[in-house]
Design a protein around this ligand. Sequence first.
Ligand code: S3P
Length: 434
Amino acid sequence: MKYEISRHGLRGEITVPGDKSISHRSIMFGALANGTTEISNFLRGADCMTTISCFTNMGVHTDVTPDRIYVHGNGLKGLKAPSGILDCGNSGTTTRLISGILAWQDFSCSMVGDASLKKRPMKRIMKPLSMMGADITSALGNDCLPLRIHGKQLHGIHYMSPVASAQVKSAILLAGLRADGPTSVTEPYLSRNHTELMLRTFGAEVTSEGTTATIYPAEELYGQKILVPGDISSAAFFLAGALIVPGSEIVLKNIGINPTRDGMLTVCREMGGNITYENICTEGEPSADIVVKASELHGITIQGDIIPKLIDELPVIAVMACYAKGTTIIKDAAELKVKESNRIRIMVENLKRMGADVEETDDGMIIRGGRPLHGAVINSADDHRVAMSFSVASLNCEGETTITHKNCVTISYPRFYIDMKDLVHTGQDFGRVY
Ligand code: S3P
């Protein structure tokens, strides 16, 4: 990868694809609702297409048109036994959320996934779902995929989750939709609340108090019109790129700024980033245009309750930290080890290849910024967020960078390299060639 950057840095306006978490949920809840759900700005990345194919396999009809997805819901009692095994591909969100739905169906089925997904821990959902009466087993006995689920009548529980995970919380809430009483989940820190917000829109009774969410059994859900905001986790790559490349100024259009997801923006500001909002919209999921200008960054400590609000952005934050003055410490982020790859190890290994002064810790990393980076061969570990993070790292360093399996970005952002090239080439006057 060799970006030719305009003397003016990254320039222009960009609309990133729809939010991945919200897109998944719009299909799932639409499938369980009565009537049709119309989804605009749906993310057509591989993960969300996997969710569509799982529900197609369970008898739900969707129309995929150029600008909308229509989900013709089967109602809460209308899913059909799939003809074969449900293939969840690379998607942890699909696997964990669907498990909560499959737990109360009147059929049995199995779920598989790709090599990365097969390594990811499922005990975190198997345990609470089993406490609710679910019959869910791991075929190999290792608490990973393949999973086998026999639908059962479930019981409401109050679960104290050891992890702040929206996937775990959502699996339990979705199981609670048809349990025999209220179901609640308390998390150590609040994770993203898209499930709570969207289930309420679809007509379910869901309450939130502090880090506890409670759902009451529902008789019916109702199809909705959903406008998916731009994904802050995708916008994060351009935010970081614009902050670190001198002379940059970009506008990210219509980005979701839900307060349970906005940790990246907080961190950029705390590091000295010049970031402002325009056109704030507070209807439904809040969104805004985000204006970003290149800034002198400095290191900070990132820990505690902000971690779930920026968990997917930590790889690119690590890149930003290399370009910041001073030390950045990332703590309380052991969850990074069980994402699509071990993101602590893989980021540290690759950043070192580029010449960064970075150290792996048990629950994060320590980055001493300010050392110039150089191009390198980067192992993406087939992880979309790692590949995109190093595309950003390569923007402001000498030499050429090669990213293995760089097309893994199709998981969440199929047009990523095209959009990045547009931003770096918008200026007329090319001053530096890498
Ligand atoms: C997601 C929750 C997060 C996040 C993932 C999407 C979701 O995972 O990392 O990309 O849509 O609920 P965890 O819940 O495992 O932290």
